[in-house]
Each structure stands twice: as structure tokens, then as C-alpha cells.
Write a protein that binds this ligand. Sequence first.
Ligand SMILES: *Cc1c(COP(=O)(O)O)cnc(C)c1O
Length: 408
Amino acid sequence: MRTVYFDNAATTRPRQEVVAAMLPYLGGKYGNPSSIYGLAREARAALDEAREKVAAILGADAREIIFTGSGTEADNTAIKGVAFANRDRGDHIITSAIEHHAVLDSVKRLEKRGFRATYLPVDSYGIVDPADVEAAITDKTILISIMHANNEVGTIEPIEEIAKIAKKHGVYFHTDAVQTTGHIPVDVNRLGVDLLSLSAHKFYGPKGVGALYVRRGVRMERYIDGGGQERNRRAGTENVAGIIGLAKALELAVAEMEHEMERVSRLRDRLIAGVMNRIGHVRLNGHPTQRLPGNASFCFEFIEGESLLLNLDMLGVCGSSGSACTSGSLEPSHVLLAMGIPHEVAHGSLRLTLGRYNTEEDVDYVLEHLPGIVEKLRAMSPFGAEASFGGDSCGKCEEAPQPVAERR
Ligand SMILES: *Cc1c(COP(=O)(O)O)cnc(C)c1O
């Protein structure tokens, strides 16, 4: 049976070149970068080189890069670190309703510790309005955190505009760029951000390693106590092999970015057009064009996303419903609900995220099987009778329904 991996927003397959670059540091080159003999200096040199490489790609200085244990840790460090270090200046944080839980739950934790938070709404495409950001700023605001692109629906946020507003008001600005780094251009100065999170396993690197960019001069408390690693900002012996893998993966991703953006976007558009044309009562989630090259997210009315996933899995297709973190829970995605999608429709969500190993044949395989699965599930569904037998819903309608956002 064919395997079609369409869950690249959850994680990606590490590249062979990345694994090869890491291997020596999982074996013979095991020195602790903090020690002083040759074996250790070799690890230190490789670590320094990786840091230089990552910094150069992001438009940063090597001293502004902190390697972390994940994208989640980078988000936690940025938000809690800035909040605790700037308490004397204010206690207010601005974020959006559609952030990853690494950001949302960090902010919620701070609320329990006496901070105040504003969760900005989004429009039906999932876009944060920069005017809303500006209106929410008070003289007590110390941090704004808005993601570069959303992991569920793929919408790319107007980060440059928000950064200008943050700068004008003297407020630190963090962006979670875990979905964009290695996929679309990410330059800390062009974006204008003070802090930025990324994660290696989202761009064909290893799991369990991320990085946080912190602009020089940003007041941030250290989040993990212990040794003096990472210029005293993140204790713990470095994940040398992982960091080398991260740098290698980023270097390779950036080298082929232009080509891959175009190729993957074309596959995505083929998938979206195919789904919208062949299946009735389906909505495209997120912005039609201002979206990640690999993201195709839908809501199928009258069915459960979970049932769709199980049926796709039987055909070797890996996808996701909502986000990986919310799969298995009965609550529909907080992102879809924030975009104004009704509860019952949000339950029918399916996210297919494409990447560098996918081909046109993968897309066509899914397009061949998905309409039948949807039809079968709707026929079985207690509220699907109307959908399955009524009007334009048989999958052969001439005009595809418009995405929900365009109907508003
Ligand atoms: C995957 C993801 C994270 C978490 O990164 P991990 O390295 O898996 O902890 C954070 N934010 C976004 C937007 C993500 O997609």
C-alpha cells in the first residue's frame, strides 16, 4: 500500500544529509563543549559553527541565538522570561486567540501569577488586525506575541506591520516562527521582531531541538537554571548532535527554499482545487493566498474529522484533524472557533500539510479516494442524510462552494 505523508506541520522526515551530519556527534565526537581538552574543543567548534550558521540565515548575531530543547521551550522562555524580567515596567501581555498552546498556555500561566493578558480576535481568514494590536496597547504592556503563521490553517500574519507598532510603543515583540522557518523567508530585521522561536523538526531536522532569537538589549530572565551554557541564558549541556542537525537542516532548507515554495504551493493548490471541485459542503480554512506553501485545511460538513482520519489511515494517508495536540479530545480546535466557524462544522476539520517529499501522485491518490470516504461517512451519519442525497452534495456539483470566509 502507498504511504502518503500529509502531516508535515506536525513533524517532518529528517533529511539524510542531516542525519549524516549528526551521526559523528552521537558517537565518537562525544566531548562536552564546556570542557577544555581536544575532544571537547572539537564539539565546541562544531557548536559555534552551527550557531554562526543559524544566526547568519536569520540575519542575527551569533550571540543572539539560544538553542533550546524544542519550539515549545523557546516560546515558554521568550514569554515567561520577558514577563518576569520586565515586571517593574508593566504587567500586560498581548497575544492572539489562535496561537499555539506553547504560547497560549504560557500566557495563561502568567495570568495565574498576576499578569494581565489580552487575546486578540482574528477575522474569518485567521488574520490578526494590526489596528487591534495598537488599540490593545496600554502603558503597562510589556510584550506582544503573535505567530508568524498558524500551524492549523496556514494563515500568514502581518508581522512587519505589528512589529512597527510594537516598536513605536516601546513594547517587546515575540513571534512564533516554528511553521515558517525553513519554508518562507524569515529574517529578524526584515520582520522587525525582538524575539523569535523556531524548531528543527518542522524543517526536516531532528526532534527535541529548537532555537530562540533574542535581540541584543532585550531584558529577559533565564528560564532554566543550572550551568552557564548559552551565555548564561539556558543551562544544561548542549544537545550537540541536535544543534548540528538543526543548523544543517536550516542551511539546506534555505538553499532550496525558492524552488520548494513554488513546487509545494502548486501541489497544495492542486489539492485544494481538487477537493473543492469534487466534494460538496466543504470549506477551505484560512486565507486563500496568504498561507503557508504546504497547508491545506478544510472543514467537511456533517462528518467528524476523526472518522475521516481513520478512513484515510486505512489507505495509508497521514493527516490531522485540528492540531496534533487537540486530536483525541472532543473540543474542536480553538483556532477554527476563533475564526467564527460553527462548533459542529469545526468538528469536521481535516488538515493536510505537504512537504518536500510529496509528489503530484500523492495529491492525486488522495483526490481519488477522499470523495468516496466523505460520501460513505455522510451516508452513515445521523445528520448526513440531507448532505448525501440532497442537491449539490454528491460530489459532482459544477460549482465548488466558496470558502466560508469569502461568503461573509
Ligand atoms: C510545532 C509547533 C510548536 C512546538 O514546537 P515543538 O518543537 O514541537 O515543541 C510551536 N509552535 C508552532 C506554531 C508549532 O507548529
